[in-house]
Design a protein around this ligand. Structure first.
Ligand SMILES: [Zn+2]
Length: 296
């Protein structure tokens, strides 16, 4: 898969880059929840069907207050899963080895792609992780000088019982800043946390896919760029009210999906999930998502 990125200048003068750091192929039952949902993990393990390759996307925001990275993508070492997962707990190791096929070239890693965008990893001020799944956090090693921001709920729960987080891949001594969203409601979201002084980059909790998943909103006049992580795997799932098969909590995930739908229905939104093959194109075209307002 050739290195791929796209860039857009917002009306307020920020520059947003979408960067594909590689690809991942998943079990069909991983991508889409089947019923009965209580058996979702065995359904994934036993599923003989694989999806088409999906991108692993990271986002880079050139902001006057500093360079921001949202999710760090994968490194090419992930292609040798035995070695890559040597330090992971046995359950995580088994699950990833059986259910993921990763395709990452060294030239596609975020650390390699930044210079091609005219940017330098040492200049990154903040790294925001939407959640701690390994395919979002593996590139932390590229940013030893950045402040890493994670939801407290995600960090504490993954430390207690890892579900997709592989801390052995993290740089030694890394201590993230933990976010509690202490700034009250923002729009439909009951809590938020403004990252920038300008108040134009916000973190909002969107849990369910993982314990404390969060999304990043970039406000640009009347348009919001919604960096959605894995709230859903693609825009079509938001349209169809379809959650992924890997969700940590089905009910919480559905509640987050409804909240995000409510937001997208009431604000012009460029909706950008991390594994959607159309996210980069929709960013480049500043393409707003239109949802059908049906109930079911
Ligand atoms: Zn995930």
């Amino acid at each position: 898969m050739p290195p791929l990125s796209t860039s857009l200048s917002t009306l307020s003068g920020l520059r947003i880059h979408g960067v594909q750091t590689g690809g991942v192929t998943l079990k069909s039952a991983h991508y889409r929840l089947r019923r009965p949902s209580a058996f979702r993990l065995p359904a994934i393990l036993l599923d003989p069907h694989w999806t088409s390759p999906k991108p692993i996307l990271s986002w880079v925001i050139e902001h006057p207050e500093g360079l921001i990275v949202v999710d760090t993508g994968e490194r090419h070492q992930a292609q040798d899963l035995n070695r890559y997962l040597a330090g992971a707990d046995p359950v995580t190791r088994m699950f990833i080895r059986r259910n993921f096929r990763l395709h990452v070239e060294a030239s596609a890693e975020l650390g390699a792609q930044l210079p091609r965008l005219g940017l330098c990893a040492r200049d990154v001020r903040w790294v925001i992780l939407t959640h701690l799944h390994f395919d979002h956090a593996d590139g932390l090693a590229f940013f030893p000088e950045a402040e890493v921001l994670v939801s407290r709920r995600e960090y504490d729960a993954q430390r207690r019982v890892p579900q997709g987080a592989v801390f052995s891949l993290w740089p030694e001594g890394l201590t993230p800043s933990l976010i509690d969203y202490s700034s009250g409601a923002y729009s439909v979201f009951p809590k938020h946390w403004p990252l920038t002084q300008a108040g134009d980059v916000l973190l909002v909790p969107t849990p369910g896919h993982s314990y404390g998943h969060q999304s990043v909103l970039i406000l640009d006049h009347d348009v919001t760029y919604f960096l959605a992580g894995d709230v859903v795997f693609d825009e079509g799932q938001l349209q169809r009210r379809e959650i992924g098969g890997i969700v940590q909590d089905v009910g919480v995930s559905r509640a987050s999906l409804e909240l995000v739908r409510h937001f997208v229905l009431t604000h012009p939104t460029v909706f950008l999930p991390s594994h959607d093959p159309t996210s980069l194109e929709r960013l480049a075209n500043r393409q707003v998502t239109h949802l059908e307002e049906r109930h079911g």
